[in-house]
Write a protein that binds this ligand. Structure first.
Ligand SMILES: Cc1cc2nc3c(=O)[nH]c(=O)nc-3n(C[C@H](O)[C@H](O)[C@H](O)COP(=O)(O)O)c2cc1C
Length: 199
C-alpha cells in the first residue's frame, strides 16, 4: 500500500529507482501536458533530466510549441507510466525556466553531436524538406568543428514545482491503490496532505 504518511518525494525516489532497474527503455520518459490561455491542451513526451524537492526538470527548445504554451500559461501536468511495473505518477504544478548556469552545466554533459544538433533544429516549426535539416546540421557541424559547443540561447530547461503528486499502483480486480498528495504549505518538500482515492 502507498504510505500516505510518507513524503511524496521519497515515494517518487523509490518508484523511479524501481523503474530504472526494470524498464528496458527511458524510465525517465514522461508526458508533459501544457495548455494555451484559452484552455486548449497539448501533450508530448520528454525526458526527466533531474529532480529534487524543488521540482522536476526537463530540457527543450524555448521556441517550441510547448515552451510557448508554458510561457503563456505556466500550469502544467507531468505523467509517468511504467508499464512493466504497472505504476503511474501524475504531477501537477507550475513551470519556470531553470537558471543559465544550470542549463549550461547540463548542456555540457550532452554528447557533442547532440549539442550541435540543438543548434540545427528549429523545434516545432514547419520543415518543408528534410534536406534543410541536414544542411543546417552540416553548417552547425562546420561552425563548431573545434572547441566548445555553447548552449544555444533558445535551448534551456523547465523546472516544474509540484502542487500535487498522485501515485497509482495496479492491484487485483482493478481495485488499484491510489493516493494523492497535495501541497499545503510554502515550505517546498515538507508540507503535504495526502488522501487515498477510489481507483
Ligand atoms: C522518448 C522520447 C523522449 C523525448 N525527449 C524529449 C526531450 O527531453 N526534450 C524535447 O524537447 N523533446 C523530447 N522528445 C520529443 C517531444 O515528444 C516533442 O516531439 C518535441 O519536444 C516537440 O514538442 P512541441 O512541439 O509540443 O514543443 C521526446 C520524444 C520521445 C518519444
Amino acid at each position: 500500500m502507498i504510505d500516505i504518511t510518507a513524503n511524496p518525494f521519497d515515494i517518487f525516489a523509490i518508484w523511479m529507482a524501481d523503474a530504472e532497474a526494470t524498464e528496458p527503455n527511458d524510465p525517465n520518459a514522461m508526458t508533459v501536458a501544457t495548455s494555451t490561455p484559452a484552455g486548449h491542451p497539448s501533450a508530448r513526451i520528454v525526458l526527466l533530466k533531474s529532480w529534487d524537492r524543488n521540482g522536476f526538470v526537463f530540457y527543450t527548445n524555448l521556441e517550441s510549441r510547448k515552451s510557448g504554451e508554458i510561457a503563456a500559461n505556466p500550469h502544467v501536468a507531468l505523467l509517468f507510466h511504467w508499464k512493466s511495473r504497472r505504476r503511474q505518477i501524475r504531477i501537477e504544478g507550475t513551470a519556470a525556466q531553470v537558471g543559465d548556469a544550470e542549463a549550461d552545466a547540463y548542456f555540457q554533459t550532452r554528447p557533442r553531436p547532440s549539442r550541435i544538433g540543438a543548434w540545427a533544429s528549429d523545434q516545432s516549426r514547419p520543415l518543408p524538406d528534410r534536406a534543410l535539416l541536414e544542411q543546417r546540421l552540416a553548417a552547425a557541424t562546420a561552425r563548431y568543428a573545434e572547441g566548445d559547443v555553447p548552449r544555444p540561447p533558445h535551448w534551456s530547461g523547465w523546472q516544474v514545482t509540484p502542487t500535487a503528486i498522485e501515485f497509482w499502483e495496479d492491484r487485483e480486480y482493478r481495485l488499484h491503490d491510489r493516493a494523492r498528495f497535495t501541497r499545503t504549505g510554502t515550505r517546498i518538500g515538507t508540507e503535504w496532505t495526502a488522501t487515498r482515492l477510489y481507483p
